[in-house]
Design a protein around this ligand. Structure first.
Ligand SMILES: NC(=O)c1ccc[n+]([C@@H]2O[C@H](COP(=O)([O-])OP(=O)(O)OC[C@H]3O[C@@H](n4cnc5c(N)ncnc54)[C@H](O)[C@@H]3O)[C@@H](O)[C@H]2O)c1
Length: 291
């Protein structure tokens, strides 16, 4: 477990106090090691929880024991994701909100605390949009630029600020998990100017927040996926030539699925990553390793 933060987060009921405290010599002790990944007793907030990645990660965290508030622009999307949380064996709260609005972010945090009594984890899943606004860099239109920045950066900024104010007030640490992208570090000859800038900002904020909020026992990390097979990128991946060009550069020979993100997200959300903060983890089949 991490020093201050993990000491202050609620300890999973059957978990070890420190990783390595129990051996790996029997089935029972192996289970104790796995308890590092347990989210029993934790409460997570997932803005964008009605989306492809958000809903899958809400369900994954629920499966690990967390109670989860899922937030999306429509109540319908949030309700559908909350059903996945219930199906995973936990309790969900479905809220509609626009997390590019500060007051809305305060409202969803307050509603989470009212319902579940605390907030320990935020997984920021609002974002994307790149495939809808592809323009040559020299002509990239300002309105599309602003939209991508608002969708990706402002949403993450405001939802995280509201959540972290609550975590600091609670005084027992917390976890912030962001979604960056391989595009934060790799250019692509396909009109992605605003998106690469937005994801670069998410990666930079991840490191900045990790530095500032360590004193509160709050860790901040991000996953940086390559293409994940979701409706947002379906139009791009439906083009066989484009998909082949992407896959040919990925050593593991395929694009990702939402299931590929669950392990990394549970790692960052749980005590297993107690001494890890400010990190951007490529979840990319080895793509960035080749650059
Ligand atoms: N799909 C990929 O290939 C891929 C790859 C790398 C990174 N990512 C990133 O993962 C994240 C999620 O992607 P996805 O494919 O699940 O997208 P998605 O569109 O399925 O999910 C995003 C969700 O956010 C919601 N949302 C949008 N604006 C909102 C707002 N203001 N307030 C509340 N909710 C709002 C949408 O309604 C949607 O349900 C994005 O940041 C994206 O950039 C995706």
């Amino acid at each position: 477990m991490m020093g201050r933060a993990a000491d202050r987060l609620p300890t999973p009921p059957t978990g070890p106090t420190r990783p390595g405290e129990t051996g790996m010599t029997s089935e029972g002790s192996t289970m104790s090691q796995l308890d590092m990944f347990s989210l029993e007793g934790r409460v997570a907030l997932v803005p964008g929880g009605g989306g492809a990645i958000g809903s899958a990660m809400a369900a994954a965290m629920a499966g690990a024991g967390a109670k989860v508030t899922v937030v999306d622009v429509t109540q319908e999307r949030a309700d559908a994701a909350a059903e996945l949380v219930s199906a995973a064996g936990s309790e969900g709260l479905a809220l509609s909100a626009d997390v590019t609005q500060e007051a809305e972010c305060d409202r969803i945090v307050a509603a989470t605390v009212e319902r579940f009594g605390r907030l320990d984890i935020i997984f920021n899943a609002v974002g994307g949009g790149a495939g809808k606004v592809l323009f040559d860099a020299q002509d990239y239109p300002r309105d599309s630029w602003d939209w991508i920045m608002e969708l990706n950066v402002r949403s993450t900024l405001l939802a995280t600020q509201a959540s972290v104010r609550q975590m600091i007030a609670q005084g027992h640490g917390g976890r912030v998990v962001n979604i960056s992208s391989v595009r934060a570090s790799l250019g692509i000859n396909a009109g992605y100017s605003a998106y690469v800038a937005a994801k670069g900002a998410i990666s930079s904020l991840t490191r900045q927040w990790a530095t500032e909020w360590a004193k509160h026992g709050i860790t901040v990390n991000a996953i940086a996926p390559t293409f994940v097979d979701t409706p947002q990128v379906a139009m791009l991946l439906d083009d066989p030539q484009f998909k082949a060009s992407i896959v040919s550069r990925i050593p593991l020979g395929r694009v990702g699925g939402t299931h590929d993100l669950a392990g990394p997200v549970l790692f960052f959300a749980s005590d297993a990553s107690a001494f890890v903060t400010g990190q951007i983890l490529g979840v990319d089949g080895g793509l960035t390793a080749t650059q």
